[in-house]
Design a protein around this ligand. Sequence first.
Ligand SMILES: [Zn+2]
Ligand SMILES: [Zn+2]
Length: 334
Amino acid sequence: MAQELFECPICCEECALVMKAPCDHEFCGTCVSRTFNEVNEKCPLCRAILPELIDEYVVTTRLNFENFNVEQIQEIFPFVCRGGNIADVTQCVEQFGIDVNQPDSVYGMIPLVTSSDKGHFPIVEFLVQKDADVNHAEANDGKTPLVASSANGHFSIVEFLVQNGADVNQTLNNGSGSFPLFISSQNGHFSIVECLVENSAAVNQARIDGTTPLFISSQNGHFPIVEFLIQNEADVNQAANNGGTPLYISCQKGYSSIVEILVQNGADVNQAVNDRGIPLYISSQKGYFSIVEILVQNGADVNQADDDGDTPLMTSIHYGHEDVVELLRQHGAE
Ligand SMILES: [Zn+2]
Ligand SMILES: [Zn+2]
């Protein structure tokens, strides 16, 4: 079906890829991509600041199969897949012989990654049937179809990709070294975590900063994921590069049920974070009574000072947590 053509107000060319900025003005993808390298680039029509990330634009395609040649259709194909119209995707491939694996030349977006990112299952299924590479990573950050769908909680796509040979342990090359199990643990997508672990994801794999799936799920308060990872042999004492442990971070955030399950499963209550003291210190400082209680009942050293000589008792007095002060004194703090 022919759609109305779009003329870009910047370059005055007829374009198939249309990007609507938050100010509601629309431009072609090529013109918007030029602004990404500029800080505080303004909309030429209303002078509003243009965002620097493509995800902050509403991206649509105006396909006109009568007027476009194969090269033009190929160039916008990743965005057609991002948009979610399966009929358009099918027509591109079956009528025009579009290569399902080719990224666009401006953003380097890959059809299977964009459709996985946005949760368009029928398109993902169609592309894989047409031999899309399930492990194809985007050149700029290494984002794969599995990373994109894991991050956004698209369970059926994750399951389908894994069944079709997606590498569950492939890492991003954007400097973080993140990977599907980490990202789904971070975002609290339990069924995806379960699916990845059941399909051989490495539970104790760490990012470049040393943080693990157990660490990030403890930090973000995702109890069911913490429990599941522990049941699947996550190392409760594996520390990040700065010495931070799952127990320390859950004490700092105040997640007492996570503190409890970590301690019950062998977390070392006296393991200190580099120059920041032991878990009892941070929970005393924050005034988390029930966490302090769990720690002292499980052998935390009430008189262990941090590098500056501060003890849990001193910091709880300083911050006025009287119930914690009393509890620490009852357990021998002096
Ligand atoms: Zn333009
Ligand atoms: Zn504007």
